[in-house]
Design a protein around this ligand. Structure first.
Ligand SMILES: Nc1ncnc2c1ncn2[C@@H]1O[C@H](COP(=O)(O)OP(=O)(O)O)[C@@H](O)[C@H]1O
Ligand SMILES: CC(=O)N[C@@H](CCC(=O)OP(=O)(O)O)C(=O)O
Length: 248
């Protein structure tokens, strides 16, 4: 029996047909979390709204939140359709459905939050019925929806499930030189991550991704890895041949 996996699909991978084939054919149970940063940015720009990032997080004033949510939900529906057409029946949900992701707002970033609770029972029920759950990173607090970085949301879901977390993105892993794919770190510890941050080697969206991998491990995920969303990636990571693996 193949091991269950939590896979985060980065917005940077939009339109990657080979990734849909790869995920649809995975023989074990999957719970998926998707991003969609590039689409959100494109929609905000189209509507004349500008985004500002702090530490890799999109500052989200309340008036931007509907755009964020609409964009993420559309991305989720497209992915769910792509996987379902390939034979993996996938349901696209957000943290609002059945109050699946409970959140807490972070200070000074508008409606940006983190996940404080995951309705694991719902995810397991869907899996048992043969559906693959695909979550958009929207969590709920008492005031309504929160924009959660998709890596952060994926780390929280992996931790709550106690499943391994695989973050798929557009680079082969954490790189010493982000422009040179041959400089991949096969393995990183929290101390090494701190050093890379201090040296400015981890930037932008890689910061929440690495932090999410470590927080998934701290919450009980058996392993966490960042790798490129391409054909053969799941087997490559399981065999230790691709991606960057994290250990505590
Ligand atoms: N040290 C690093 N190694 C690899 N990628 C890095 C590094 N620092 C910053 N990055 C950037 O992080 C990006 C991946 O994060 P992000 O764009 O948020 O992806 P996703 O949408 O898949 O979550 C890479 O495309 C790369 O430009
Ligand atoms: C708070 C915050 O930054 N939320 C992210 C949510 C989407 C995301 O994380 O998408 P990727 O995985 O494609 O980066 C955003 O607004 O872009």
């Amino acid at each position: 029996m193949s091991e269950p996996l939590l896979v985060k699909v980065g917005g940077s991978l939009r339109g990657a047909e080979t990734l849909l084939d790869e995920l649809a054919s995975y023989p074990g149970p999957l719970v998926l979390v998707h991003g969609g940063g590039p689409e959100i940015g494109a929609w905000l720009t189209r509507l004349g709204l500008e985004s500002r990032f702090e530490g890799g997080l999109r500052v989200t004033p309340p008036e931007h939140m509907e755009v964020v949510e609409m964009s993420l939900c559309l991305t989720g529906k497209r992915l769910a359709e792509g996987l379902s057409r390939r034979g993996r029946r996938t349901l696209s949900l957000s943290g609002r459905d059945a109050l699946c992701l409970r959140g807490r707002a972070l200070p000074h970033l508008g409606r940006v939050g983190e996940v404080v609770g995951v309705e694991v029972g719902l995810l397991l029920d869907l899996l048992e019925k043969g559906y693959t759950p695909l979550l958009a990173p929207i969590a709920l607090d008492e005031e309504g929806p929160l924009n959660v970085n998709a890596d952060t949301a994926a780390g929280a879901v992996a931790g709550a499930l106690g499943w391994p977390a695989l973050f798929l993105t557009d680079v082969p892993g954490v790189l010493r030189n982000p422009k040179d794919p041959t400089t991949r770190f096969p393995h990183l510890t929290p101390k090494e991550v701190e050093d890379l941050k201090a040296q400015g080697i981890l930037q932008g969206g890689m910061i929440p991704k690495v932090e999410a991998a470590l927080s998934a491990l701290r919450a009980g995920a058996p392993w966490a890895a960042i790798a490129q969303g391409e054909r053969g990636v799941v087997a490559g990571v399981l065999q230790g041949e691709r991606g960057t693996r994290f250990t505590l």
